[in-house]
Design a protein around this ligand. Structure first.
Ligand code: PLP
Length: 283
């Protein structure tokens, strides 16, 4: 099941996802020159839609793209949700590219797709992760904005290569580290560490995405009596934590059970508790 809506037209124009729509010169395709969001829709509710649209606008601004038309994105999102008849939970991709220059408008569409069964399984069973160097230091994002660190750009080639490297090492996912040995994020997730009833995640200022799921999980956990801290996390802290989790819209909170080939302490009970706290945000 897939539902596609383009942003042009009064209500978001439904289009056939099996037909060609994007011209081959589109700079999103030619250069990965564009931005995107992936939103979790559950029970016809788009979770964290406002923060996703705010982040889309922030990413677009970092790439000097025209400001996204907020009302048009909301309409296209609604069109996809209203026409969805697949599983109760699905992934909604919002894609916004530079289009075709010089004559063109940006390309903008919303696409609903089913969630990969592997992702659903990982939510239940957890994942093995490896730490991989990202080659940046925590001050680089502020010094070099042209590197677009912390923008959700379409240029995910490096992120996907890192996931393939994890597979070569017998793992499922990646935790990127900075040159000073601190934790950055996953290729498609934020890292949350639990220790002594406190949750930690690194600050977005070090050049990572400010996660909508991490923020929602922290809200839920605080209501359930947890403390939360946004501060640098050292890679060496991961092995001694009570739990390490990867957070993203579609994977929700996924437990890391093995890091760099070494089993971590069993965090299943904490994972259950935090998942409940996260879900309670939408109850
Ligand atoms: N960091 C990166 C690089 C991502 O690609 C993502 C999501 O795909 C996240 C973090 C998590 O963001 P969110 O929780 O808003 O989905």
């Amino acid at each position: 099941m897939r539902v596609l809506a383009f942003l042009h037209g009064p209500d978001g124009t439904l289009a056939d996802p099996d037909s060609p729509h994007i011209r081959v010169e589109d700079l999103g395709l030619m250069r990965g020159d564009g931005v995107f969001e992936t939103v979790l829709v559950a029970g016809a509710h788009a979770r964290e839609l406002r923060p996703h649209l705010d982040r889309l606008a922030r990413s677009a601004s970092m790439l000097d793209l025209p400001e996204p038309d907020d009302a048009a994105w909301l309409r296209a999102t609604r069109t996809v949700i209203d026409n969805w008849s697949g599983s109760d939970e699905f992934a909604l991709k919002l894609v916004y590219t530079r289009g075709i220059e010089p004559e063109g408008e940006p390309t903008a569409f919303a696409l609903g797709i089913e969630i990969d069964p592997k992702v659903r399984r990982a939510r239940e069973e957890g994942v093995a992760a490896v730490t991989l160097e990202r080659g940046i230091d925590p001050g680089l994002a502020a010094r070099a904005p042209w590197l677009l660190l912390g923008a959700k750009s379409l240029s995910y080639g490096v992120n996907m290569a890192a996931v393939r490297e994890a597979a070569r090492r017998g793992a499922d996912d990646v935790i990127f580290t900075a040159t000073d040995g601190s934790v950055l994020e996953g290729p498609t997730s934020n890292v949350i560490v639990a220790r002594d009833r406190t949750l930690y995640t690194p600050p977005a200022t070090i050049g990572i995405l400010p996660g909508t799921t991490q923020a929602a999980a922290f809200r839920g956990a605080e209501r359930s009596g947890w403390s939360t801290k946004i501060e640098p996390v050292r890679a060496s802290d991961l092995t001694t934590a009570d739990g390490v989790f990867l957070a993203s819209s579609v994977r929700k909170l996924t437990r890391v059970h093995t890091l760099d080939g070494t089993p971590l302490p069993d965090s299943s009970a904490i994972h259950d508790e935090l998942t409940q706290a996260y879900e309670s945000v939408y109850a």
